[in-house]
Design a protein around this ligand. Structure first.
Ligand code: UT7
Length: 332
């Protein structure tokens, strides 16, 4: 491939879109399925309801709808897309990539396509990869999507996990910008704690068998308590590190767009970083934890509702299975 340096100095988000399935599943609905209560779920997690995709909808369908909305917002045609990256842990299939299925659905024939697996930090990882492609002059634009159908890997009989997750997709278009754009990124991982959050079977370690199905190894397994502590420590640290990389401090931050895993995690991050809770965007009560889609949808909502204005310093902050984390400072 011939790399042409095109003098791109800054890459920014020029369009955003999101899609949430119609079906609203409330804590009251869950009370009828497992031994739980609205009171427990609300006080322990902050979640009141979540969206559940229909049996006909897979991750690529959610991604397609979010992507169409982002393309419209950016006034860009699908045929002009250079790159599609989908961040997901619930791909339609092991292969082909969900990005290829999105390409087909959109008619983005020219785009290179791949998925990335970085769980709840997937959207931030994917943004960073797309930024590098554009900065290097390889591509002019990219579609980045975080899309999840977590309901498909949820054990609806396990109260420890089934109350937490929801389905949805968020998308954005990246391109070179004259003002604002991505200022700094901080990505990290800690594979030695990979056992804390897994989908044990269905891969090459434990291929699907009658045994894996009967042992319910195709559903999310989580050690919530341990993850909680890591999430608070790492998400707080990431905010400090990424701001420092940008030559900024917490005082300069206008809004934090965090991964939405638990409201208590976010309030603890606020305390540790001395950030007023009013500077944090919350939507967990409506959607629960949507892994890679959480940060993407939160960013889209914050922009569309006017919470993010031109010139604002926005920090994305995500953490999840791997363990992986990613934070990014964007000047809007
Ligand atoms: O997105 C990727 C990153 N994910 C995270 O960071 C998730 C982090 N973890 C968490 O958000 C929290 O750990 C959970 C929300 C998952 C759990 O909250 P917790 O305060 O850590 O509860 P716990 O697991 O310590 O359980 C406390 C009690 C237990 O009962 P006993 O053993 O004390 O009698 C659980 O069995 O709460 C019980 N429990 C429930 N009770 C009612 C667990 N789930 C439920 C439930 N309803 N749904």
């Amino acid at each position: 491939m011939r790399v042409i340096s095109n003098g791109v100095k800054k890459v920014g988000i020029i369009g955003l879109g999101s899609y949430l399935p119609k079906k609203v599943f409330t804590n009251a609905d869950l009370e009828k399925m497992v031994d739980t209560s609205d009171e427990w779920i609300t006080t322990r997690t902050g979640i009141k309801e979540r969206r559940i995709a229909s049996v006909k909808e897979a991750a690529s369908d959610l991604a397609q709808k979010a992507a169409e909305s982002a393309l419209k917002d950016a006034s860009l045609k699908a045929k002009d897309l250079d790159l599609i990256i989908v961040a997901t842990i619930t791909p339609d299939m092991q292969f082909p990539s969900t990005a290829c299925l999105v390409q087909k659905a959109l008619g983005a024939a020219k785009a290179a396509c791949f998925d990335i697996s970085a769980a709840c930090a997937g959207f931030v990882y994917a943004l960073s990869i797309a930024e590098k492609f554009i900065l290097s002059g390889v591509y002019r634009n990219a579609l980045v999507v975080g899309s999840e159908k977590l309901s498909s890997i949820t054990n609806w009989k396990d109260r420890n996990t089934c109350v937490l997750f929801g389905d949805g997709a968020g998308a954005c278009i990246l391109a070179s910008v004259k003002s604002g754009g991505i200022i700094s990124t901080y990505l990290g991982a800690d594979g030695k704690n990979s056992h804390l959050l897994t989908l044990p079977a269905g891969g090459s370690r434990l291929p699907t068998s009658k045994e894996t199905v009967s042992k319910k190894l195709h559903f999310v397994k989580m050690q919530g308590n341990e993850l909680f502590k890591s999430a608070v420590r790492i998400m707080s640290d990431s905010v400090d590190k990424v701001l420092r990389k940008a030559g900024l401090s917490c005082k300069d931050l206008d809004i934090l767009i965090p991964h939405q895993a638990n409201i208590r995690i976010l309030l603890a991050v606020a305390k540790k970083t001395a950030l007023p809770a009013g500077k944090i965007y919350f939507n967990i009560e409506k959607y629960g934890n949507m892994s890679s889609a959480s940060t993407a949808i939160a960013l889209c909502e914050a922009v569309k509702s006017g919470r993010i204005k031109k010139g604002d310093i926005v920090v994305l902050d995500a953490f999840g299975a791997g363990l992986v984390w990613g934070a990014m400072v964007i000047k809007w």
